[in-house]
Design a protein. Sequence first.
Length: 133
Amino acid sequence: MFKYGFRGTVKNLTCDTNKSKFPVDWIDILVAYFFIVYISIVLLCTSVDNVIENWYEKDYEKFSNTSYGRIVNSFSLCTSWIRLRTVKSTPEVDYLRPLQGLRFYNIVIVILSHTSMAGLISSVSNTKFVETV
């Protein structure tokens, strides 16, 4: 008999095995396939855009105005980066420039706080880490 009279049974014994707890199903494969196809399209369009822009400088403007050229430019990383960096100077933009700086710092603080909270909350397997922080 036990010292205090308690008895217990183990209903589910979890052991470390070579098998994954989350097996890969067809949805995972489909999502991975779409990501690979999308990244391939982006890389292909970026390379086509760079080749035409650097080797065929005279025809680049004519190429950009075709429907195929617009599709290539919309998926090109270089063209998208140039569009992203371009600042259109209008009186409204100049008037609200201080608020743009506040928005930038606010979004940096939000990203850093969410990152740190995700790091603290997701470490359930090592609870002593959260307690000592």
